[in-house]
Write a protein that binds this ligand. Structure first.
Ligand SMILES: NC(=O)c1ccc[n+]([C@@H]2O[C@H](COP(=O)([O-])OP(=O)(O)OC[C@H]3O[C@@H](n4cnc5c(N)ncnc54)[C@H](O)[C@@H]3O)[C@@H](O)[C@H]2O)c1
Length: 433
C-alpha cells in the first residue's frame, strides 16, 4: 500500500475543496451525470489490485445481505475479502465466521485492532453506528456505515464521529444505496445549472404497509439469555441499563431506546437524494407530527410527517406512513415515490426513466426531458465505496451529506417528541428546542 503524506492542518491551510466539503457545499459541486466523481481527497491511496480487507460489525439481516454483495463483487474480480466478523450474539457470529471463513470477535474494539481489516462495514442497531464509526476512524479504518448515521438522541456523539472522520481523513459511505442512482446526480446538475431557477420547495415521502420491519424481526431463540454468548451490556451500549428482554434484543426497531421508527429507519433513503440535489446545508427549523396510528404494539410511530425550512430559503416536506402504500410500483423509483423539486422558474420531477423539467407558467424557459443514465444497485454502491477507499475520492453517500441529513431527521424527531419547533444553532453547531 502506498502511503502519501497527509494534507496540512484542517484549519489554516484548508483548500477550497476541503472548505467546501466542511461547509457541505461539495456534494452539489462535485456531482456529475454519472453518479458523481470528485477530486482525490486524502491519504492512504491504494493500487487497483491491492486487496481491501473488510471487517463486518453486526452479522444480522443487513450485514449478511451486504456481505452477499461483496462476495458477488469478489467473484467478478474485485480485490476485496471479508477478513473478520463481529457480533454480540455468538450463534450469528459463528455462522458468519464459518460462511465467510473470517476471524471472529464479540467486541468491535478487538476487530478494529486486526491489521487485516482495512475497512469496516457497520450493520449494527442504530445506536451503535456513531460510536463504532468514531472508534473505526480513530483506529484508522475506512467505513461503510449503515443508515441512519446515528440514533435520534445522539447528536453530540454524531458530531464527534464526524469530527474524528474529518481529522483522520477516513473514507465513509453511509448506507443510502439509492445514491448509486444517477438520477440524483443528474437532477443536482440541472438544479445547479439553473433549469428551475432558485429552488424553493421539495417534497418526498415513504409509504408502505406493514410492521414487518419492526414486529416482524426474527427472534432466533426465544430462550436466549445474556452470558458469554450474548453480551447484553454491549448491546445496550450508552442506552438505559434495562434488564434483559428477548424482544428488545432481537426486535430492537420497536423501541425508542434503539430506534426512531420511519423517520430514522426509512427517511434517510428519501431525504438524502433531496438534500444532495438541492445542495443545502443544515436546516434552520424543523416541525413534525405523527404517531402510532395503525400499529400499537411498538413504541415508535408508524406515521411521521416533517417539514424543514432551510437558511437557503427553501422548504422540504417529508411525509409517510406504514399504513398505506400508494402510489403503485410503476410510479416509484427503487420502490419509493419519487421526489419533486420546485424552483422559482420551474420543477424537476421524474417520469419513468426520465427527468422532466417543466417551466412555471409565465417562465421563458422551455420544457426538457433528460434520460436517466442508470438506476441504483447495491453492488454499484459498494464498488464506489471500494474505489474511493483506493483513490481517496469522496463516495456518493459521503459523511458530510449524511451528517446534514441525520441532523434534519434528529431535529424532526426531537420536535415530534417534545411538541416543539426544533432549531439549528449554526454558530454553535447544536440543536435547540
Ligand atoms: N440500507 C438499507 O436498505 C438497510 C436495510 C436494512 C437494515 N439497514 C440498517 O442496518 C442496521 C442493522 O439492521 P438489521 O436489520 O440487520 O438488524 P439485525 O438485528 O438483524 O442485525 C444487527 C446485528 O447486530 C448485532 N449487534 C448488536 N449490537 C452489537 C454490537 N454492539 N456489536 C456488534 N454486533 C452487535 C446483533 O446481535 C445483530 O446480529 C440498522 O441500523 C438498519 O437501519 C439498512
Amino acid at each position: 500500500m502506498l502511503r502519501v503524506a497527509p494534507h496540512c492542518g484542517e484549519t489554516n491551510t484548508m483548500t477550497r475543496r476541503r472548505f467546501l466539503s466542511a461547509t457541505g457545499t461539495v456534494a452539489c459541486l462535485a456531482s456529475t451525470g454519472r453518479a458523481g466523481t470528485s477530486a482525490a481527497l486524502s491519504t492512504d491511496v491504494r493500487g487497483a489490485n491491492d486487496r481491501i480487507g473488510v471487517g463486518l460489525i453486526g452479522c444480522g439481516g443487513r450485514g449478511n445481505s451486504l456481505m452477499a454483495s461483496l462476495l458477488k463483487l469478489q467473484q467478478t474480480g474485485t480485490p476485496v475479502e471479508i477478513v473478520a466478523v463481529c457480533d454480540v450474539y455468538r450463534p450469528r457470529l459463528d455462522k458468519a465466521a464459518k460462511q465467510y471463513n473470517a476471524k471472529s470477535y464479540m467486541r468491535h474494539q478487538d476487530l478494529l485492532v486486526d491489521k487485516r481489516v482495512d475497512a469496516v462495514c457497520i450493520a449494527t442497531p442504530d445506536h451503535h453506528h456513531a460510536p463504532q464509526l468514531l472508534d473505526a476512524a480513530e483506529a484508522g479504518k475506512d467505513a461503510y456505515c449503515e443508515k441512519p448515521l446515528s440514533h435520534w438522541s445522539q447528536f453530540d456523539l454524531t458530531k464527534r464521529a464526524v469530527q474524528a472522520v474529518r481529522k483522520r481523513e477516513r473514507i465513509v459511505q453511509v448506507g443510502t444505496q439509492c445514491m448509486s442512482d444517477s438520477a440524483w446526480h443528474q437532477a443536482a446538475e440541472r438544479v445547479k445549472a439553473g433549469d428551475i431557477g432558485k429552488p424553493i420547495h421539495a417534497e418526498c415521502g415513504y409509504f408502505r404497509v406493514g410492521d414487518w420491519g419492526e414486529r416482524g424481526m426474527p427472534i432466533d431463540d426465544a430462550n436466549a439469555r445474556p452470558g458469554k454468548d450474548l453480551l447484553w451490556d454491549v448491546f445496550l451500549g450508552d442506552r438505559p441499563k434495562r434488564p434483559f428482554d428477548v424482544s428488545r434484543f432481537f426486535r430492537w426497531r420497536m423501541y425508542e431506546d434503539y430506534s426512531g421508527g420511519p423517520v430514522t429507519d426509512l427517511y434517510p433513503h428519501v431525504l438524502t437524494p433531496v438534500v444532495n440535489v438541492l445542495g443545502v446545508g443544515m436546516p434552520g427549523v424543523a416541525v413534525a407530527t405523527g404517531g402510532k396510528f395503525r400499529y400499537q404494539e411498538r413504541e415508535v410511530p408508524d406515521t411521521f410527517n416533517m417539514i424543514l425550512d432551510y437558511p437557503e430559503q427553501l422548504s422540504i416536506a417529508v411525509l409517510g406512513t406504514q399504513g398505506n402504500d400508494y402510489p403503485p410500483n410503476e410510479k416509484r423509483r427503487d420502490g419509493l415515490p419519487t421526489p419533486v423539486f420546485r424552483g422559482w422558474e420551474g420543477t424537476v420531477a421524474i417520469e419513468g426513466g426520465e427527468l422532466v423539467i417543466l417551466p412555471n407558467s409565465g417562465s421563458k424557459k422551455s420544457a426538457k426531458r433528460v434520460p436517466i443514465q442508470h438506476g441504483s444497485s447495491q453492488e454499484r454502491y459498494w464498488t464506489n465505496f471500494l474505489e474511493c477507499c483506493r483513490t481517496r475520492r469522496r463516495p456518493w453517500g459521503h459523511l458530510e451529506l449524511a451528517y446534514r441529513v441525520q441532523t434534519a431527521l434528529q431535529m424532526a424527531m426531537l420536535a415530534f417528541r417534545n411538541g416543539r419547533t426544533a432549531r439549528f444553532d449554526a454558530a454553535n453547531e447544536r440543536i435547540v428546542l
